[in-house]
Design a protein around this ligand. Structure first.
Ligand code: ZN
Length: 242
């Protein structure tokens, strides 16, 4: 089986996305999967969407994508996120709005024995955050594949389920065990929140799952956000990955 990459939560950060694609191509990896949230927060939604449409074998919607097209309600969005949703709605072309309307909330690839969903496999449209092993245990019962790739929290983690209640959280990489199943949060390309400002994504090959971090030109994105009039808090947080 050839290796593949899974990316998520690009959030219209073009320079982070370009750096990640370059890193993936540098590894000779051709197949890329996308776990949701192309837009929201960042300044280059149209360009990011073009790249995702062109490069990704499977792509699904995140809560920000659905919020922009009005498919999910934004009551629980904080003020900055809501501002970014409205800004994005004003700046996406009609063609790109139509593209997003086609996105589903989850998809699987039998060839990879993998499911792709933005938030949780249990309730994809509730946009819950998967932060505990107890919650992970419930979610493992909601899909049959060996791998489930998620995003949403912007915090990369590999959750390994060895069966009989034996579960562990792994932060960087792990050898794939024949008898285990995995939920992998691949982290965020465009707005990491685990204290590391570098872009995050995952590479999977025959033997292992690995979280990769890629530096990119943060200031360039911040400058574009400033020029676009996006909220200061959203600009600042990119420096700290929080
Ligand atoms: Zn997100």
């Amino acid at each position: 089986m050839t290796a593949y990459a899974v990316i998520s939560d690009v959030h219209a950060n073009l320079h982070a996305l370009e750096a990640v694609i370059k890193d993936i191509e540098g590894r000779g990896i051709e197949e890329i999967y996308f776990s949701g949230d192309i837009v929201g927060y960042g300044p280059r939604p149209n360009e990011c969407l073009d790249i995702i449409l062109e490069r990704c074998k499977i792509l699904i919607a995140g809560n920000h994508d659905w919020a922009v097209i009005g498919y999910t309600d934004t009551e629980y969005f904080n003020d900055n996120a809501l501002f970014a949703v409205e800004w994005t709605r004003d700046h996406l072309t009609d063609k790109h709005m139509d593209d997003i309307r086609e996105f589903k909330l989850f998809k699987s690839d039998p060839a990879r024995n993998a499911l792709f969903v933005h938030a949780t496999p249990k309730d994809p449209d509730s946009w819950d955050y998967l932060f505990s092993l107890t919650n992970a245990a419930i979610n493992f019962r909601s899909f049959n594949q060996k791998f489930c790739f998620i995003g949403h929290s912007h915090t990369p983690v590999i959750i390994e389920n060895a069966g009989q209640g034996k579960m562990s959280a792994i932060w960087t990489s792990t050898i794939i065990q024949e008898t285990c199943r995995y939920i992998v949060n691949v982290g965020s390309v465009g707005q990491p929140r685990d204290g590391d400002p570098r872009a995050s994504y995952a590479v999977v090959d025959n033997s292992k799952i690995e979280i990769i971090r890629v530096p990119y030109d943060i200031q360039q994105t911040q400058m574009e956000m400033f020029e676009a009039g996006l909220p200061a808090r959203l600009i600042e947080r990119l420096s700290f990955g929080q």
